[in-house]
Design a protein around this ligand. Structure first.
Ligand code: PLP
Ligand code: COI
Length: 355
């Protein structure tokens, strides 16, 4: 891993906001803990990270983040088990993906120890903020933004790497209804769809708003060329069960290589479920819905965990999915959350203890 040249410092907040938090009624990502990690990139290097009280940032109006959207982020969770121990799920995968995103957005890559030591130190400080309530966890948002200035359209010379945390409950409340997108695209070949670049999400807001106005929660993105192949569901990868086969699209330039997605594929195989990673067309899904062979659709991601889709809309028709008692979604969600919350054996070696 290597070591840091200087010791990571912790500046404690004078007061804590924790007593104002209703841990029994947490929404997703809307209240923040007392501290954050900050690490500056200056003079061609990442400086030693610091844990400081959670606070607003002061940035010059010409900072490149504001003009050219040079920013990337990650999404992770910390889980507390019944004994009060704290766990992360495959954190190095998030670290690697952060640097993959950094490279694509011309942001300097971060050393692994800055990410891992920064994250674990912050979590030790914020241990009391990690909820123990069922279905809740501490959502962790590592991100990098271009703080360097200039209207010249070129990469900044200064950046900030920050980790902020939010005790969170479920991402979706209630049933998820999705609309298969026929006009707009989230990503294109050669583009930045595989990176967790802030701008990818800004570009989704307007088409998603249009879908929400029509009564859906989320857009299902299709390929930018023909709008014929199913790609992703907003901030989730998508799985489709036809008969007893579980299908998800292959990763590409256009699809985020989700950690939940690949974990679900491994768990499904371990459960003896037949999986296929292949292109899946809208026609195939609509035909299966009509024939009654479309059993399930669900989204998978850190924030949304495994979110069953209750119905999908396509060309002005809504198709309802059956309500199954022993669905793949519920089996797979149980398996993955049992690993995350340290309730079951971790045969894949995915859990990481924060100590
Ligand atoms: N797809 C997109 C576009 C996302 O933003 C996310 C969220 O991180 C995912 C998929 C799921 O990825 P992961 O399982 O690594 O959280
Ligand atoms: C996550 O699943 O962690 C994400 O980053 C989704 C986010 C856009 C809410």
């Amino acid at each position: 891993m290597g070591t840091m040249t200087n010791t990571l410092t912790v500046e404690k907040a004078k007061t804590s906001k924790i007593k104002d938090v209703d841990f029994d009624n947490l929404s997703f990502g809307s209240i923040y803990t007392d501290h954050m990690l900050v690490c500056d990139y200056k003079d061609g290097e990442w400086k030693t990270p610091k844990v400081v009280p959670y606070q607003p940032l002061t940035l010059d109006p010409s900072a490149k983040i504001f003009h050219y959207g040079q920013s990337i982020f990650e999404g992770m969770k910390a889980y507390k088990d019944d004994e009060g121990s704290v766990w992360l799920f495959r954190p190095l995968e998030n670290f690697k993906r952060l640097n993959k995103s950094a490279k694509r957005i011309a942001i300097p890559e971060l050393p692994e120890e800055y990410f891992m030591e920064g994250l674990t130190t912050l979590l030790q400080v914020e241990k009391d903020w990690i909820p123990q309530n069922p279905g809740s966890s501490l959502y962790i948002r590592p991100f990098i933004l271009a703080s360097g200035t200039g209207f010249h359209a070129s990469p900044a010379d200064e950046y900030k790497f920050i980790i902020a945390c939010a005790p969170s409950g479920a991402y979706f409340s209630g049933k998820v209804k999705v609309l298969i997108e026929e006009n707009y695209s989230r990503a294109a070949n050669g583009g930045v769809g595989y990176a967790k670049a802030g701008g990818n999400y800004a570009g989704q807001f307007y088409p998603t708003q249009l879908a929400i106005e029509k009564g859906y929660n989320q857009v299902i993105w299709t390929d930018d060329n023909e709008h014929e192949y199913i790609e992703e569901a907003g901030a989730m990868n998508i799985f489709i069960r036809i008969n007893d086969t579980l299908i998800t699209g292959p990763t590409s330039d256009r699809i985020l290589d989700g950690i939940t997605r690949k974990s679900i594929l491994d768990i499904a195989k371990d459960e003896g479920i037949v999986t296929e990673v292949r292109k899946i067309s809208v026609t195939e899904v609509v035909e299966a819905a009509k024939a009654g062979t479309l059993k399930e659709m669900f989204g998978a991601g850190t924030a949304a965990v495994v979110s069953p889709i209750a119905s999908f809309g396509y060309k002005d028709t809504d198709f309802d999915l059956p309500e199954l008692t022993d669905s793949y979604a519920s089996r797979l969600k149980k398996r993955i959350t049992d690993i995350q919350y340290n309730r079951a054996e971790d045969k894949f070696g995915w859990r990481f203890k924060v100590q």
